[in-house]
Design a protein around this ligand. Structure first.
Ligand code: HEM
Ligand SMILES: *[C@@H]1O[C@H](CO)[C@@H](O)[C@H](O)[C@H]1NC(C)=O
Length: 544
């Protein structure tokens, strides 16, 4: 007991009558409140207990009172490796941790995954409230990180029907094609640079291709400033893309204060500070562009839509007023940028790394590209449907090397039963991209990179989408990715251009690419450095 406590009581009692009675009133009110909370808490508990008599939660590690499994989470970093390890040891495809008072439910089986995302989609379509989501989405104004409700509905509808529709996709084709040309131009310049001996940082090339495509589609520009002479990113783009990846790394990263909200004020692990800074770095470049463009539309300097920002600004509600506020536009653009940069670049970096170690795959891809495209022109989006082997390589990269261990969490809005287990309202469902893609019940030799496994006997189209969740690319259901067409085009084009334009090999001092994953995530531990030599006529590499 604190030494000050007796004084406090003394002070309480040593008062005039009136002050005493009012203090006492407050005192008893608080007591009553606590008692009421206790009563309801106990009642709720017995209700859960009644249900759990028939049905239990999925199996999992024993939870401590109050904090649940948070002590283990703090002891076993990175958390996702610990979770997958104990699931393997338990031989479980669904498990349950309790973090604070949140039930967190990782799943590694496609069938159980589909129970959540297809059969009971309407119950499991919300998202968690947490620091990263809050800061990134400008206070839940956007799509991907926003809990179920009117705001999510409004923004998702805009994405699906106004920004990512087939019509808009065709409309923006020229911008994507320009960035695909710019990609080979930039890599070519690195090949020709005698200072670097033809060594190319594939991660940088891939991430900036994605950043450039989405910037061009939204702002109709590749660079905020001048860019580099060789076509590489300028300091502005470097800062922005790095910040986007920082945000991604800290979203849903098992921060303790995401599960015990009153800890947020203390920012014990510093996440809030890091994400705040990263969001500011992204918006520092975007927001002035957005303000300026809104101004242009208002003063009549701008009359025709040229990019997605114009579309967002000119959307009208049924009374003819702007449909989106300035804050909504700014936040939604951050959301779109995050959604676009990581998946295609990570998959292609891994695919090239795996292929360098098994060069026979390069031969097959090149044979396909020679027969579909030839050597006289660069591969175009209209060729992609015929490039089944190239797409199989990308698809295999999504299967074996997903960008992150888990899907964005799905949160349940009522109690229910899944796979014979009780799943309480408010649970966070974490579909494991890694666990599903490497599930030995689904895939033979799951840890081997084998693109052939995706080729169909009848030669029919290979696609990157997998609604049956045998691997985890774009997910499925009402929270599924609205960017399947754009994401597939970007991923396939990035890989196809790198394969058609260049011969890839090991840096001189290496005998193979070290395919070790990073400790804290699933990316390659070190950015892929590889030797590239041009394989087409010089004039094909000049950028417009
Ligand atoms: C290869 C590229 C991409 C992959 C693999 C991918 C994958 C995913 C996945 C797994 C989800 C979560 C689905 C779920 O919660 O069940 C998602 C959501 C989302 N993606 Fe993509 N994505 C890609 C590209 C894009 C692009 C280019 C956009 C364009 C704007 C985009 C926009 C979104 C949005 C807005 C959501 C949130 C949907 C919602 O919460 O309702 N994605 N994506
Ligand atoms: C690959 O990298 C990891 C981590 O840096 C290291 O432990 C391992 O020995 C490396 N493997 C080879 C074959 O060099």
């Amino acid at each position: 007991m604190s030494p000050y406590t007796p004084c406090l009581f003394y002070g309480l009692l040593d008062t005039t009558n009136i002050r005493f009675s009012s203090t006492l009133f407050i005192f008893f009110s608080i007591l009553l409140l606590i008692a009421t909370i206790f009563f309801f808490y106990a009642k709720q508990k017995t209700q859960i207990n009644k249900k759990t008599k028939q049905l239990s939660l999925p199996p999992g590690p024993k939870a401590w009172p109050m904090v649940g499994n948070l002590p283990e989470v703090l002891q076993n970093k990175p958390t996702f490796r610990w979770i997958h390890k104990f699931m393997e040891e338990m031989n479980a495809e669904i498990t349950c941790l309790r973090l604070g008072n949140v039930h967190v439910i990782p799943v590694t089986s496609p069938e159980i995954g589909l129970e959540f995302l297809r059969k009971q989609d309407s119950i499991f379509s919300s998202r968690p409230f947490n620091i990263g989501a809050d800061l990134t989405s400008g206070g839940y104004l956007t799509t991907a990180l926003v809990p179920l409700g009117e705001q999510w509905k409004k923004m998702k509808k805009i994405l699906v029907s106004e920004l990512l529709s087939p019509k808009k996709h065709r409309w923006l084709h020229g911008k994507r094609a320009g960035e695909a040309d710019h990609l080979v131009h930039y890599v070519y310049n690195q090949c020709m640079n005698s200072m670097t001996g033809g060594l190319v940082n594939v991660r940088i090339a891939a991430q900036h291709y994605c950043g450039n495509v989405i910037r061009k589609m939204i702002f109709n520009k590749r660079f905020f400033g001048e860019g580099m002479a060789d076509g590489g990113p300028g300091v502005e783009e470097e800062e922005q893309v790095e910040a986007l990846f920082t945000i991604l790394a800290y979203l849903n990263s098992f921060s303790v204060s995401d599960y015990i909200p009153w800890l947020r004020r203390l920012d014990l692990d510093g996440h809030e500070k890091i994400v705040t800074k990263a969001v500011a770095s992204v918006r520092k470049y975007n927001d002035p562009e957005i303000d300026e463009r809104i101004h242009q539309w208002m003063n009549g300097a701008k009359k025709e839509q040229e990019d997605l920002l114009d579309v967002l600004i000119t959307l009208k509600d049924k009374n003819g007023n702007p449909l989106l506020s300035v804050e909504e536009i700014k936040a939604q653009i951050v959301d779109i940028m995050i959604a676009t940069v990581d998946n295609p670049s990570n998959a292609v970096e891994w695919a090239i790394a795996e292929m360098i170690n098994q060069p026979v795959m390069f031969q097959k891809a090149i044979e396909e590209l020679e027969s579909v495209v030839g050597k006289k022109r660069l591969v175009q989006e209209s060729d992609l449907s015929q490039l089944n082997y190239v797409k199989a390589c990308a698809r295999e990269a999504f299967r074996l090397h997903p960008v992150g261990p888990f899907n964005i969490p799905h949160v349940s809005i009522s109690d229910t039963t899944v796979a014979g287990y009780f799943i309480p309202k408010g649970s966070h469902i974490l579909l494991s991209r890694q666990g599903i893609g490497r599930n030995p019940k689904i895939w033979e030799e799951p840890l081997k990179f084998k693109p052939e496994r995706h080729l169909k006997d009848d030669g029919s189209d290979v696609v990157l989408d997998e609604p049956n969740l045998h691997l985890f690319s774009f997910s499925t259901g009402r929270r599924g990715c609205p960017g399947v067409t754009l994401g597939s085009a970007m991923t396939t084009m990035l890989l196809a251009r790198l394969l058609q334009g260049f011969t890839w090999s090991l840096p001189p001092t290496m005998s193979s690419i070290n395919l070790t994953e990073s400790v804290g995530g699933l990316s390659l531990e070190k950015p892929l450095l590889a030797l590239a030599r041009p394989r087409l006529a010089e004039n094909l590499y000049t950028s417009p």
